[in-house]
Design a protein around this ligand. Structure first.
Ligand code: ZN
Length: 247
């Protein structure tokens, strides 16, 4: 019992810390977020290798998008309804890309590593069923040119901007890189479960990069916006195949 009490106390303290690290996120969370067994994000560990499992298929197109300051929380890029940028997997048909948004710091650490400084979530929505692709961004000399273009498209002090003919594929598709798949939830709002997560393997390095200057410019504008990793419970993470580009 003593052991159990100790664990409970530690868990409670961890939970308390988690809920106070980010006031904006803590306010959004409801009871379900505390009790769900399939919550996101998670630390990507307990990984089952399935190299022959087919990766998701990503179809892409250049589309006119809106670059949004999402209520002072983060940057979001909204795609048109019935976007031609889609994700398909498990014969479930196409999930159109609804939006992608940034988290600084990131949300999915891998193995015993730290959370990445930045993470991009591509949210695909098939009539309410969600599939999210997570892409870690690490600090390097240069910011990926397309990420730079997106960051520059949000005017200082303005609520939104636009970008014409944005093809997100260079940010969303990383050839030959395995995806770590697990069943999870939204990491904000009501933490709804039933979300299919595909997070790119970050070894030996993250798929994308940002310069320290650009990251600082971003974090000077937006406060920390990340939920702490939640328990895996009965889940496993599957390292499947790399994504497939569909013309
Ligand atoms: Zn997110």
């Amino acid at each position: 019992m003593r052991h159990r009490y100790g664990w409970t106390l530690r868990a409670a303290l961890t939970l308390a810390a988690a809920w106070t690290t980010n006031a904006a996120l803590a306010q959004e969370h409801c009871d379900h977020c505390r009790t769900g067994r399939n919550q996101s994000p998670v630390r990507l560990e307990r990984i089952l290798a399935a190299p022959h499992a087919p990766g998701p298929r990503l179809q892409h197109a250049a589309e006119n998008v809106q670059i949004v300051d999402n209520g002072g929380k983060n940057l979001m890029v909204r795609f048109p309804q019935a976007s031609r940028n889609t994700l398909s997997f498990d014969e479930r048909g196409a999930f159109p890309l609804s939006e992608f948004h940034l988290h600084a710091p990131g949300e999915h650490p891998q193995g015993s590593g730290p959370v990445p400084p930045l993470e991009i979530h591509f949210v695909h929505d098939q009539a309410g069923a969600l599939a999210v692709v997570g892409v870690a961004v690490s600090i390097a000399q240069q910011t990926h040119p397309l990420l730079r273009r997106v960051l520059d498209a949000l005017p200082a002090g303005a609520q939104s901007g636009t970008l014409d003919a944005l093809d997100p594929q260079a940010l969303r598709f990383h050839a030959g890189r395995p995806l770590l798949r697990y069943a999870g939830s939204l990491t904000t709002g009501t933490c709804d479960e039933g979300v299919s997560w595909f997070v790119y393997d970050t070894s030996p390095r993250a798929p994308l990069s940002i310069s320290a200057t650009d990251l600082k410019r971003y974090t000077d504008r937006f406060p920390p916006y990340a939920r702490d990793p939640q328990g895996l419970h009965a889940r496993v993470v599957v390292r499947g195949g790399a994504p497939v580009a569909v013309p």
